[in-house]
Design a protein around this ligand. Sequence first.
Ligand code: AP5
Length: 219
Amino acid sequence: MNLVFLGPPGAGKGTQADLVGKARGVAHISTGDILREAVAAGSALGMKAKGFMNSGGLVPDDLVISLVAERLEREDCSEGFILDGFPRTIAQAEALDRTLTERGRSLDAVIYFAVDDDQVVRRLSGRRICGGCGGNYHVDFMPPASEGVCDKCGGELYQRDDDKAGTVRERLKVYYDQTADLIDYYRGQSLLMEVDASRSPGEVRSDVDEKLSGGRRQA
Ligand code: AP5
């Protein structure tokens, strides 16, 4: 099953992609995670991406398109994939269409996680990430058993640089300016399935499963 998870920053795309990917045995590909790893490693890609990411802007299309095309070649994508945070522009979506067509593949569905701006700000300001295993928490909505410590590996939790208030507002603006058009793009391809992402993670997960199993798409 080949999926795109679309929505504003903080909508819960990564949380759900992790759960759905494991349950269905498909690769979870987060362009944000790949880029953050590149920044941490100080690679050529990371050096180019860092400034864009820290300011809340988008990394240039050509860099992201080529990294996704390469990532889709890997063995773990043979049973399918979930693209989380890609595409983010119409140019990226068109490039993805071409890449998949060239490989005789196609998308099965695009899940759009709908959530309002106030929720986005609350979720991102409270998000904490494990420095050890990358586990995702929220200080109020998904707190670890022991404050500041990862339940899974005991690693220290930290706040992402781009989750600070000013940068979150810029990310939202960039989302509306450059990414929200993809809702109509995929609706036009009859691939879009909308999920009310303002509910609890368990409720969102059930809705995603139901929509994927039933194959219900929106006109
Ligand atoms: P990226 O890492 O992709 O950030 P994003 O899209 O802004 O998404 P987030 O990871 O912030 O949110 P999410 O929807 O995954 O929510 P999550 O599940 O974590 O990108 C970062 C940067 O990289 C970009 O700004 C850009 O610079 C660059 N980049 C990446 N891809 C690019 C591309 N294609 N082109 C160009 N540049 C690119 O949840 C958020 C919080 O809420 C967590 O704390 C979680 O625990 C909590 N939560 C989740 N679900 C719920 C729920 N249902 N109820 C309550 N809390 C919840």
